[in-house]
Design a protein around this ligand. Structure first.
Ligand code: 8YV
Length: 313
């Protein structure tokens, strides 16, 4: 397999880069600034692309590689891959579901608690020495609140289970009602937002879910509600969220993802009712290793002519 050319779309976990490099002829796309020359030298011989949540394969890249056989993503979200183009060309796409579900769900609960109980703010209060002279602010209870989840897939369901342990009532929005779910279904995101305290975005990013949290949804959530985004930045109309936070039209936000990562709107940096994380939902040693191994195993299976472990198609 050492002679099979695999294109790594962008920098990823060093472990994944090393392990790919051991097994394949790995080409790191960002190491070739002269793309014209790169395509002249390698376009006909690249057989696989490895992508991630940050770097994928758009239609132009897929078209440029006539012998591309597979795209393996080191992420569960595949919004950076042109799935339509892959389907059209019969190129299978794999991702890393399940192995990161617990990690992302755990972080979601952490983000809710950090926001409502002001954990980060309290930490800053102690570090700055203010505890010796001042009074800390009271916070908001999480247990027993109503949690609304946009997208009741693997991650949404894992978050729901955890929130149940906090005696929360759970409701959700998804395109269709889940017949086997015990949670309350709302057929619109606005209705969901009007009926919950904590609104969580946990659906895949597609053209239909882009800006699924818009001004109307944010206003429906209101000053007593908080938004948690562990999906993708573009799920939320960030300009509208920033205005709502500045104007006090929404209670707060816990954000692991942003529209233009790693750029975070300047206005958010000064607010105490937000918790801002650098897209770390899956970022534990254990989980990132499991994701990397799965991304590699999918490639190995493909080149050994075996069934793919986690194919999208
Ligand atoms: C990324 C993620 O994979 O799985 C996803 O969709 O967003 C993350 O787990 C991770 O940031 C590496 O790109």
């Amino acid at each position: 397999m050492e002679s099979i050319k695999v294109l790594l779309a962008g920098p990823v976990l060093p472990y994944l880069e090393q392990e790919l490099d051991k097994r394949f002829k790995l080409l790191k796309f960002w190491n070739y600034p002269d793309k014209t020359q790169f395509f002249k030298d390698h376009a006909n011989s690249i057989r696989a692309i490895v992508g991630s949540s940050g770097y994928g394969a758009d239609a132009a890249l897929i078209e440029a590689l006539p012998n591309l056989e597979i795209v393996s993503s080191f992420s569960v979200g595949v919004d950076k891959i042109d799935l339509g183009k892959c389907k059209e060309k019969g190129i299978p796409v794999t991702n890393t579901p399940d192995v990161l579900t617990d990690e992302v769900a755990d972080l979601t609960i952490g983000l809710i608690l950090a926001l409502l109980r002001r954990i980060c703010e309290c930490d800053r209060y102690v570090r700055s020495g203010k505890w010796k002279t001042g009074n800390y602010k009271l916070t908001t209870k999480f247990s027993g609140k109503t949690v609304g989840i946009i997208g009741l897939g693997r991650i949404g369901t894992a978050v729901a289970k955890r929130a149940e342990a906090f005696n929360c009532s759970i409701c959700y929005y998804s395109r269709t009602e889940k017949q086997d779910s015990k949670y309350k279904y709302y057929p619109s995101v606005v209705e969901l937002a009007s009926n919950c305290h904590v609104l969580i975005v946990a659906c895949p990013l597609t053209s239909e879910t882009r800006h699924i949290v818009n001004r109307e949804v944010i206003d429906a959530l209101g000053p007593k509600g908080v938004l948690i985004n562990i999906g993708r930045g573009p799920h939320v109309d960030e300009r509208e969220l920033v205005s709502a936070l500045l104007e006090g039209r929404v209670g707060g936000a816990g954000l692991d993802v942003f529209e233009n990562e790693p750029h975070v709107p300047e206005e958010l940096l000064g607010l105490e009712n937000v918790v801002l994380l650098p897209h770390v939902g899956s970022a534990s040693v254990e989980t990132r290793k499991a994701m990397a191994d799965l991304a590699i195993e999918n490639l190995v299976a493909h080149f050994q002519g075996k069934p793919l472990l986690t194919p999208l198609f």
